[in-house]
Design a protein around this ligand. Sequence first.
Ligand code: SF4
Length: 263
Amino acid sequence: MNLETKTKITWCPGCPNFLILKTFKEVVEELEKEGIKKEEIVFTAGIGCHGKIFDYLNLSSFYGLHGRTIPLAQGIKLANPKLKVISFVGDGDCYNEGIEHLIFAAKRNADIKVFVFDNRNFALTVSQFTATSPKGFKGASTPFGSIEEPLNPLELVFSAGATFIARTFTHETLHMKEMMKNAILHHGFAFLEILQPCITFFNNISFYKERCYLLKNENLESTKDALEKIREWDYKDGKKIPLGIFYKVQKPTFEDEFYKKNC
Ligand code: SF4
């Protein structure tokens, strides 16, 4: 199966979403060589610039708009636990519109993989602030600057019960590939935050390049270490932004428990 589609790509030229698309395709090709067929991979996508990936990837997929991409993924996984189910979602879609779905999917340890394209603004609708926009962010809905502090979504999913939590950056493509693959192969709820600058409305490429560093991935089961690293960057200025796996543990998934009780 060829992953290309005939749809014309309408992301802004140079948008880092191109890097995500290319990297994800490479991950799918690698997984296929390791025995996971493309037909066994399904993804969902939501509303926003990220959601256009739906048209650019020739894989089984469903749209679930305005925060619904995560419950859609859970339903697909529950109906057919053999599938690998990935939920692509933007920060506005995930943290503003559908935050309750994110919390409950993590709490249930649903065996889905949530990849957040976090550009820290509602870019498709020409830049309103989102939950991860920094305080002072100037956009269409906050022309004088946002007066709210940003949310740390990693801390939120950690508190909710996520069993895999990682962060990567679009301009660290090899790292992004490794994180995507690790998340997909994790048995349980995997949360991958992808720092994806929006070059049109919030170009923070150099901000990230100056601050991002790679974690050593030690003591991945330690809640104390995970929380310490998760809190190292609070989405404000910060001096350092850790990339890598913060936390990884094995627990029964929602689907494991469901089929044990109902079959
Ligand atoms: Fe990418 Fe921003 Fe353009 Fe959307 S508006 S396609 S996120 S650069």
